[in-house]
Design a protein around this ligand. Sequence first.
Ligand SMILES: Nc1ncnc2c1ncn2[C@@H]1O[C@H](COP(=O)(O)OP(=O)(O)OP(=O)(O)O)[C@@H](O)[C@H]1O
Ligand SMILES: [Mg+2]
Length: 453
Amino acid sequence: MAKTKSTFVCQSCGAVLVRWVGRCPECNEWNSVVEEQVIESGTHVRPAMKDGAAPTPITDRSQPAPNRQGTALTELDRVLGGGIVPGSLILIGGDPGIGKSTLMLQISHCVAEAAGPVLYVSGEESFDQTRMRASRLGTLSDRLLIYTETSLDSVRNQIKKDDYALVVVDSIQSMYTPDLAAVPGSVSQVRDCANEFLRLAKGSSVPVFLVGHVTKDGSIAGPRLLEHLVDTVLYFEGEGKQALRILRAVKNRFGSTNEIGVFEMTEAGLREVPNPSALFLSERPKGVSGSVVIPSVEGTRPLLVEVQALVGDTPLASPRRTVAGINPNRVALILAVLEKRAGAHIADKDVFVNVAGGVKLDEPAADLAVAVALMSSLLELPVASDIAIFGEVGLAGEIRAVDMARARVAEASKFGFSRCILPKSCAADVREGDIEIVPVNTVSQAIDVALDR
Ligand SMILES: Nc1ncnc2c1ncn2[C@@H]1O[C@H](COP(=O)(O)OP(=O)(O)OP(=O)(O)O)[C@@H](O)[C@H]1O
Ligand SMILES: [Mg+2]
C-alpha cells in the first residue's frame, strides 16, 4: 500500500506549503489554502515532452512550419488568431450551462469532417447524453469518437494509440490520476492532469482543448497556474437568460487577445453572429433620452454598441452610481468633467449607466458617448437616432483622438447613420462618404450638437 502524505496547496496561486495558514504567503489570498493527500512514491516523475529532443537551431527548416487548422466557425478562428495551432493546449472556461460542451461538440464535428478523427473525452456526461446533444446539433459523424472516461492514464493511452486531429477534454476538473490521493477537481489533481495534457499536446502535435469550470468569482477553477500553463485561455460569456454568447481570448500565445467571437444559442446549437452591430442595435428605443450609439472597436473589428444612461433625483443621502459593462472609474471621471466643464448639476443625482446586450466596453473612445448619454438623460433631450458618437474625454473637457477612426465611421455609415461626432484631430483620417462628419474639440461642443441645443 502506497504511503500518503498531507500537503497544503493554495487554490489561488498553486503554492505548496508545509502547514495550513489562513493567508497564503505567496499571493496574500485569505482562506485559499486547502489540505490535500499526495502519494509518496517515485512514480510521480514525468518524462520529457518529446523523446530524444535535442537543442535545434531556430533557423532549422527541416521541419515544416505547422499549418493552423481552420474550423467552419469563423468567429472561433478569429479569436484563436486564425485557426487551431497544432500541439496547442487551449483552456476554455465559462459559467455552468453557458454552452461549453455545445461549442466543443460543434468544433469537434468541424475538425472531424475536415481533418480526421477527433477524441472527445467526456468525463461528466454519459455517451447517450452526448449523443443526444450531438443529434440535436446535427454534429453526428463517424470520425467523432466519444470516450467516457475520467482516468488520466486511460485517456493518455488512448491518445497515444491513434492519430487524432483534435482531443477535447470535458472537463479538466473531472480527470484524475491515481498518483495523487487527492479527489478529482482538487488543485493538485487539476494541475497534474493539465500538465500531462500539455506534455501530450506538445509531444504529439495534437491540439488539446480543456474545458474548465469557473468559480464564483469568475476565474477558472483550480490554481491560476493553469492559466500560465496553457497556450490560450478562452472565456465563454453570456448575460443571464439572453441567447447572446461572447467568446473572448484572455491569453493567446498565437494571436491577439482583443478579438471576440459572437454567437447566439439556438435549439440547433451555437449560431455565429457575423454582424453583431445589427443585433446590438435591434432593440434600441428611438426618441428616448439617454441612449447613444458608439462605434467601438473590439480587436480589429468595429462594433456598434448602444450606451444607455439614466440620471434622476435620489431619495438617498448619498446618490447611487450603478454601472454595467464599462469601468465605473471612467464613468466617475466623466461625471466630474461634466460637472466642472459642462456646467451640469449631476453630483446629487442617481446615475445608472449600462451597455446594452451585455457587451463590455473598455476603451477610452467610449467616453464621449457616455458623456452625451448622461447629459441627454439629465436634460431629457433625446439624441437624434441617426447620430453615432466616439472620442476620449480629457480632464480639461477636451476631446482627444482615438485609433481606427476610419473603420468606426465606415461601420456607422454601413448601418445607416448619417452623422458622426468625433474628435477634431481624427477628422483628417476619415473619408467623408454618405455620412456627415462633425468634428468637435470640447465635450460641451459635442453635447450642443448631439442634443441640438
Ligand atoms: N433544446 C434546447 N434548445 C435551446 N437551447 C438549449 C437546448 N438544450 C440546451 N440548450 C442550451 O444549452 C445550454 C447547455 O449547454 P452545455 O451543456 O453545452 O453547457 P456547458 O457550459 O457545457 O454546461 P456544464 O457547465 O453543465 O457542462 C443550456 O443552458 C441551454 O441554453
Ligand atoms: Mg458541459
